[in-house]
Design a protein around this ligand. Structure first.
Ligand code: ASP
Ligand code: CP
Length: 341
């Protein structure tokens, strides 16, 4: 694994399996049963130039749970990029202050450009329609945990990726990550014009996976293990696309009816979130709330151990965790959510 995490291309099967193992060791800390101080004194720079809830807060919380502290800036307005400062200068400056940097930026390739100016580990928290490698890692960690619970194996699994596969950076990283594993069956369903880039389809097919494109969800998915649905990334649309796009039709809607009638009792539903809950959006219907097949909040919870694993590995403290554990002393509720677990 390189000392940055900019794309899943820098990972191989061995480094991914290592991160999955380290994330599993982080669970007692993520679940607030134990504490560690292995990153005591270390400082994270969290730079977010695009909207975020999960990635920004969970990277922040993961670093704090390892004993480090966090400095951040949010949006261009409150950084000196608003005064015309380059990515290069910003990177060099931040490297003098921080031991690791997470960055999200609207331009594809910008986080790599930023990382080229520093030796401090940089993690891509999402670069435009490019990649979102930590999301893909936590998605894979979720699939692995859910499959263990259900007694399933990833080998030969059938995974459906649906929604905006053109601009959705999470699926770009996830499909490449999945392609490192034993042959899978991957089905892609997206509205016209929002298909998965062909170079990613070719790459995955060249690694021996069975990949199929369908133009709607109105068919049989009885052997489906995972449906991974995504939000339409309207913020990346051209004006022309914005005018012509009418919203998601019923043919692309993941809801209880789809799950009950076209899938099976053991199909799990994932989404990187946020799901768009405004009228007409419907990338993931609210009628699945409370259904145990809905794994979206287990998925967000898994962001903490996986992001802790990423920091611990990049900063070389992954082998120190066990030596440094203590029980927590504050009150922790026995279950975090109410409806969805
Ligand atoms: N939160 C994810 C991302 O930033 C997915 C999304 O926004 O739809 O890529
Ligand atoms: N999944 C994800 O990246 O969420 P945010 O955009 O809220 O960070």
């Amino acid at each position: 694994m390189s000392h940055h995490l900019l794309t899943v291309d820098s990972l191989n099967r061995e480094s991914v399996d290592h991160l999955l193992r380290v994330a599993a060791r982080m669970e007692p800390i993520a679940q607030r049963r134990q504490v560690t101080r292995v990153l005591e004194g270390a400082v994270l720079g969290n730079l977010f130039f695009e909207a975020s809830t999960r990635t920004r807060v969970s990277f922040n919380a993961a670093f704090c749970r390892l004993g480090g502290s966090v400095c951040d800036t949010t949006g261009f307005t409150f950084s000196s990029m608003a005064k015309g400062e380059s990515l290069y200068d910003t990177s060099r400056v931040m490297s003098g202050y921080c031991d690791a940097i997470v960055m999200r930026h609207p331009d594809q390739g910008s986080v790599a450009e930023f990382a080229a100016a520093t030796n401090v580990p940089v993690i891509n928290g999402g670069d435009g329609p490019g990649e979102h490698p930590s999301q893909a890692l936590l998605d894979l960690y979720t699939i692995d945990k859910e499959f263990q619970r259900l007694g399933k194996s990833l080998s030969g699994a059938h995974i459906l990726l649906t929604g905006d596969l053109k601009y959705g950076r999470t699926v770009h990283s996830l499909i490449k990550l999945l392609s490192l594993y034993d042959p899978l069956r991957i089905t892609l369903v997206s509205p016209p014009g929002l298909e998965m880039p062909s170079k990613l389809i070719d790459l995955v097919a060249s690694r021996g996976h069975r990949i199929e494109q369908r133009d709607s969800l109105a068919s049989d998915f009885a052997d489906l293990d995972v449906v991974y649905t995504t939000r339409i990334q309207k913020e990346r649309f051209t004006d022309e696309m914005n005018e012509s796009f009418q919203g998601l039709s019923d043919d692309f809607m993941v809801n209880r009816d789809f799950l009950d009638h076209r899938c099976s009792q053991s199909t799990i539903v994932m989404h990187p979130l946020p799901r768009d809950s405004r009228p007409g959006a419907n990338d993931l219907n609210l009628d699945l709330n409370g259904d145990p097949r809905l794994a979206i909040f287990r998925q967000t919870d898994n962001g903490i151990p996986m992001r802790m694993a990423i920091f611990a590995t990049l900063l070389n403290v992954d082998k120190l965790i066990e030596q440094d554990l203590r029980p927590v002393r504050w009150y922790v509720p026995s279950q975090i959510g109410t409806l969805d677990r």
